[in-house]
Design a protein around this ligand. Structure first.
Ligand code: AMP
Ligand code: ZN
Length: 115
């Protein structure tokens, strides 16, 4: 938990953010600026700054985080049609929140890039 980190504060429930799914290792909530009909962020509960730091998660944390992506895709009804999973690592990739998170995007054919 980092008090300076927006996603740590969301995970702690400070803003009353609704979680669309949760397990022991990660939470999922809707992106505040959706780029697709389904745009959910899957976020490990342990503070890890970015993809490059992912090895700070133990094996259970890593597996739990990816399992929650599977669950979100099923719950949102996009697991059959397909979906995109994106993480931005660092400023040049457009990362704005420095707590590892996965954008899960779908609900429409995704033909273009992701901004
Ligand atoms: P990134 O730019 O990859 O670091 O992604 C950060 C994402 O967090 C952006 O898509 C924002 O729209 C989203 N975001 C920022 N603040 C919130 C919030 N309070 N609740 C939900 N999503 C947020
Ligand atoms: Zn954090």
């Amino acid at each position: 938990m980092s008090v300076d980190c927006l996603f740590c504060r969301i995970i702690a429930g400070e803003f009353g953010t609704e979680f669309v799914a949760e397990n022991d290792h990660a939470v999922a909530f809707r992106d505040i600026h959706p780029q697709a009909p389904v745009h959910v962020l899957v976020v490990p509960k342990q503070h890890v700054a970015a993809f490059r730091s992912r090895r700070e998660l133990d094996a259970d944390g890593m597996a739990g985080m990816f399992a929650l992506i599977d669950e979100v895709a099923k719950r949102e009804g996009i697991d059959q049609g397909g979906y995109r999973v994106v993480t931005n690592d660092g400023p040049d990739a457009g990362q704005t929140v420095f707590h590892l998170h996965w954008h899960v995007l779908g609900g429409t054919p995704l033909t273009g890039g992701f901004a």
